[in-house]
Design a protein. Structure first.
Ligand code: G1P
Length: 297
């Protein structure tokens, strides 16, 4: 089996109900942090990790995502005519090599495992990455790249992992740790959305995965898991006692849960403050807001 990871699946079929009414007519993955859509961050991270084939698992109403990664000749012509070269350069990051991107529809919302499985024919017999664009991670070295490097040492299946407050663990897939090696942990169990009293730890799965084709085969059993959905976590857990097993990878970076309003707003602030062209004005405004609030208390 090929070991180099060159394919990535982006599950983007979700309805984004937490962001209604905005998501009534735009996919949540098109929502921006400053001026770049969430999906752009995910694609850039994948590219940095050496991914060459990008597989989107979409659903009805996600056409804007396809348009986003297409060339827009009229827009480019207008920008060229008016000499807006910097903007033309910005647009280049949204253009994909022909044939590098594929769209598959998930016809029924049966869970994350099922969404990933919809891409099985494009994955064939190769290891692959999965990126959940809701989880935006600011990092000096992009997280999937960190994981690909670690995976070269371990093989097997790997999930990004992060300690979360114990009371929040039930919102995640949670790892049961067999051996803690610092950045890497060897996993002996994983549970999707455990009840608070039964969570094996507070080490949560975050939306970056490197998986083997075996995981696809496991999903094919279509076992119903937490919330009555076909869970990716369960299919990965089946690999624990196989071959090279399953690893958690404690990444270096700051993760934002852009699937929640609070997390999205925090990301907006962090990415705004990180921008050279906005930092001074934006930070001054935030400081003013904070001092006004303190004075009012
Ligand atoms: C999904 C996964 C879960 C993981 C989480 C990370 O859950 O099923 O294991 O911990 O992403 O963001 P969701 O957030 O879609 O409920």
């Amino acid at each position: 089996m090929k070991t180099k990871v060159t394919k990535a699946i982006f599950p983007v079929a979700g309805l984004g109900t937490r962001f209604l009414p905005a998501t009534k007519s735009i996919p949540k993955e098109i929502m921006t942090l400053v001026d770049r859509p969430l999906i752009q961050y995910a694609i850039d991270e994948a590219r940095a990790a050496g991914i060459k084939e990008f597989i989107f698992v979409t659903s009805r109403g996600k056409g804007a995502l396809e348009d986003y990664f297409d060339i827009n000749p009229m827009l480019e012509q207008t920008l060229r005519k008016s000499g807006k070269d910097a903007l033309l350069d910005t647009l280049k990051t949204t253009n994909m090599e022909s044939g590098a991107i594929a769209y598959i529809r998930q016809h029924k919302a049966l869970g994350l495992g099922h969404a990933v499985w919809c891409a099985r024919r494009l994955i064939a017999n190769e290891p692959f990455a999965v990126i959940l664009p809701d989880d935006v991670i600011a990092a000096e070295k992009p997280v999937l790249q960190q994981m690909v490097e670690a995976y070269e040492q371990t093989g097997g299946a790997m999930v990004a992992a992060m300690e979360v407050p114990p009371e929040k663990a039930s919102a995640y897939g949670v790892l049961d740790v067999e051996e803690d090696m610092g950045d890497l942990v060897k996993v002996r169990g994983m549970v999707e959305k455990p009840a608070r009293e039964t969570a094996p730890s507070n080490l949560a799965v975050i939306g970056r995965y490197i998986l083997t084709p075996n995981v696809m085969a496991n999903i094919s059993k279509m076992k119903s898991g937490a919330g009555g959905e076909i869970q990716l976590t369960d299919a990965i857990a089946e690999e624990i006692n196989q071959d090279r097993g399953v690893y958690g990878f404690r990444f270096r970076g700051q993760r934002f849960d852009c699937g929640s309003k609070a997390g999205y707003l925090q990301a907006m602030v962090a990415f705004g403050m990180a921008r050279d062209d906005l930092r001074d004005e934006f930070t001054a405004y935030l400081e003013e807001m904070v001092s006004v609030r303190k004075a009012a208390q």
